[in-house]
Design a binder for this molecule. Sequence first.
Ligand SMILES: O=C(O)CCC(=O)C(=O)O
Ligand SMILES: [Fe+2]
Length: 357
Amino acid sequence: MAAYFPPMVCLSVKRLFSVRLNERMFMSSLKSLPFSDLDSRGWILIPSFLDGGEIETLEKDFAAAPLEVNSNYSVRRISPAGLSGLEPRFEEVLGEVREHSSVRVDLLNDGVYFATFAEKATLANPRGGAQQFPWHQDHENYWLWHDTKNYLNFYIPVVKPVLEKSNLTVVPFDRFAARAPQLHAKLLGRGATRVVSSGKKWVIKDDDRGGKVGTLDFDLAEIEETPLLHPGDLLLMRGDLIHRTQDSSTRRIAASIRYINSQTPVPRWSLSRGGLAKSLMMLNARYLFEPAFECFEKAGAETLPAGQIDHYLRELRDLRLAGKAAANSSKLGFLARLAREKLRRSRGISPSTSATL
Ligand SMILES: O=C(O)CCC(=O)C(=O)O
Ligand SMILES: [Fe+2]
């Protein structure tokens, strides 16, 4: 016998059925995707990951999000509600990642919105206007989390007017390894690099230690790939993949959600060592690095699991959101902190004596 539902109930039951059906269809289509590409190519495309409602929620979240106090580039942070609402969806993907690749991540760390327009003047964009990131491996996450192999960027366009434009262009591992095997091996698990042209060559700058990682005698354009993304498509990338903004000719907004491995041991020296470029970028993002140093100091530790640092940063983020902690620290205070940490490292001072420095 067919059950009778009043019209309203009937509608929501139908909706529930169709959501469940879509979920089941999505889960089974996930199974057909080549997740092992995360090992061999560094990325994978998951079409139609978010539905219209989820995209709209993120669009509204972007509009309500304040600008970060980050002077390296213009970026907004995804709200805690925006992130936790999507967490179960990310978990579906992570099940496949675990089963079919060697990448191990287990903790939703953070999420931001990248737009092709800068909303303020920054280091990358002193004049504001269009915002476009040249070839790089990410910087801040390498310094904070150290292991970029076990690190995933869930990159999802939210506003994307033209399919062929303003995507993310990537250098697949296999194509890079075929042309520059030694440099490929050097860059695996790493970050904080930029690839810049120098005459007919391309230099891979090392923004962690200063200097260069190496030189390429070919243009990355010869081996690059640009997956064409619709709003809601998911480009899943390892943290050590070289990538750039395709172009900033359209107004595109993308969510970029980051997962880390909570067990990764993070050495204190990975924050404090390095050259001028690193110090400047850390200064510009001191709202992130000052508390990371604090976390080590309070724990009196030389190494901490990534999960413990994440927990510390998360608590502070909540306090900041509630207006109960300052959004940033002073420039001078941070420079003094960095100098102390560098001195401490160069002297190999033990945690117990460092408090007096
Ligand atoms: O959205 C962009 O164009 C750049 C994004 C990016 O570099 C990243 O997600 O790490
Ligand atoms: Fe990036």
